[in-house]
Design a protein around this ligand. Structure first.
Ligand SMILES: Nc1nc2c(ncn2[C@@H]2O[C@H](COP(=O)(O)OP(=O)(O)OP(=O)(O)O)[C@@H](O)[C@H]2O)c(=O)[nH]1
Ligand SMILES: [Mg+2]
Length: 324
C-alpha cells in the first residue's frame, strides 16, 4: 500500500475523514523513522488549525467513575452538536488484557455517537512517550474539528502532571468516605486541580458526600491558587442522575470565560507549549545518551572507578556527559 502524502493527510484530517484521522494517529504512534518524518510534516502543517477546543482532563482513582462521567457528559455535549474526542493517558499495564474493550463498552453510547471519537492510550515505554503522543493526537482531533477534548487519566504517579499540562481545565474526581490514603490525595494532585468533584453523589451516598465536601473545602484553603482569577471549587456530581454532570460543565465554561477575559487562557497554553518542548528536549537527550555507542563503551570502566572510589560520581558524570 502506498503511503499518503502530507498534503493528503492534511486535507483528509481537515475534512474530518475518520479513516485519515486513524491513519494519521497510526503514523504518530509508529516507531519507524519514515513514519516519524512524515508525521512531523503533517503535524507542522496542521498546527495552524489546532487550538479551537476546550481541553478537559479528568483524573481520579480507579473506579471513581471517570469513564462513566465522560460517557455521560460526552453524550450530552455530542447531542447538543459538539464534536467530542476522548483520549486516555495510561502508562500502566492495566489496560493490556482487553480493558480497552471494557472502556469502549462503558462508553457504549458515546462510542456509537456520530459526533464522538474515542481513542485509547497509545503504546509507549515511558509516560513521557505516551503523553507526547496523546498530545499530538489531541492536535489532530482539533484540526479535524473536534471542539471538546476529554482526556482520562488514572490517578497514578506522574500521569496527572502530564495530563494537567496539556489541558485547559483539570478535574479531579473523588469519592466520599474513602480514606485520604485510598484516594491518593497527595497535595500535589490537589494543586493541579481546577475543580474537585465528589462523584457518585446519589442514593445513600449523599450525606457522606456533604461531609467530604466540607472536609475538602477546608483542605483546599491551605492551597495557594495558581491563578488569581480562579479559586478552586469543590463540587459534587453523579453520572446516574439526570443532569448530574451539568454543574461541572458550567463551571468549566465559566472558567474558560474568565481565563479568556483575563488573558490567562492564552498565557497558560503558551506556557504549556514551552513546557512540552523542554520535556521533549529532556527525553531526547536521555535517549541520545543511552543510544550513544561511545558512551556505552565507557560506562563499564567508569562505573568500576566510581564503585571503587577512584573517581567521584560528579567527575564521572561530567566525563560521560562530555562525550555527548
Ligand atoms: N452510584 C454511582 N455509580 C457510579 C457513578 N459513576 C460510575 N459509577 C459506577 O462505578 C464503577 C466504576 O466506574 P468507571 O466509570 O468505570 O470508573 P473509572 O474511574 O473510569 O475506572 P478506571 O477506568 O478503572 O480507572 C462502575 O460500576 C460504574 O457504574 C455515579 O455517579 N454513581
Ligand atoms: Mg475508566
Amino acid at each position: 500500500m502506498t503511503q499518503n502524502s502530507p498534503d493528503e493527510f492534511v486535507k483528509g484530517i481537515s475534512n474530518g475523514n475518520r479513516r485519515m484521522i486513524a491513519k494519521a494517529i497510526t503514523l504518530i504512534e509508529s516507531r519507524l523513522k519514515d513514519h516519524q518524518t512524515l508525521a512531523f510534516k503533517v503535524m507542522e502543517q496542521i498546527l495552524p488549525h489546532t487550538g479551537n477546543s476546550i481541553r478537559l482532563g479528568i483524573t481520579g482513582v480507579p473506579g471513581v467513575g471517570k469513564s462513566t462521567f465522560i460517557e455521560n457528559l460526552g453524550v450530552a455535549l455530542a447531542d447538543s452538536g459538539h464534536k467530542v474526542a476522548v483520549l486516555t493517558v495510561d502508562p500502566t499495564s492495566r489496560r493490556s488484557g482487553g480493558s480497552i474493550l471494557g472502556d469502549k463498552t462503558r462508553m457504549e453510547k458515546l462510542a456509537a455517537h456520530e459526533n464522538a471519537f474515542i481513542r485509547p492510550s497509545p503504546a509507549g515505554e515511558t509516560l513521557g512517550g505516551v503523553a507526547a503522543k496523546t498530545r499530538e493526537i489531541m492536535l489532530i482531533c482539533e484540526a479535524a474539528g473536534f471542539d471538546v477534548i476529554l482526556v482520562e487519566t488514572v490517578g497514578v504517579g506522574q500521569s496527572e502532571t502530564s495530563v494537567s499540562s496539556m489541558v485547559d481545565f483539570f478535574l479531579v474526581l473523588m469519592l466520599a468516605g474513602a480514606g485520604d490514603e485510598l484516594q491518593g490525595i497527595k497535595k500535589g494532585v490537589l494543586e493541579l486541580a481546577d475543580a474537585i468533584a465528589i462523584n457518585k453523589a446519589d442514593g445513600d451516598n449523599l450525606n457522606a458526600v456533604e461531609k467530604a465536601k466540607r472536609d475538602l473545602e477546608i483542605a483546599m484553603h491551605l492551597i495557594q491558587p495558581a491563578y488569581p482569577t480562579w479559586s478552586i471549587p469543590v463540587l459534587s456530581c453523579s453520572s446516574v442522575i439526570e443532569g448530574g454532570t451539568k454543574d461541572i460543565w458550567e463551571t468549566i465554561l465559566d472558567h474558560g470565560k474568565k481565563f479568556k477575559a483575563s488573558g490567562e487562557f492564552l498565557q497558560k497554553r503558551k506556557k504549556q507549549s514551552l513546557e512540552w518542548m523542554w520535556t521533549l528536549v529532556e527525553e531526547g537527550l536521555k535517549q541520545r545518551f543511552k543510544n550513544n555507542e561511545k558512551i556505552n563503551k565507557k560506562i563499564p570502566a567508569i562505573s568500576n572507578r566510581v564503585e571503587n572510589d577512584k573517581i567521584s560520581p560528579t567527575a564521572a558524570a561530567e566525563e560521560l556527559l562530555s562525550y555527548l
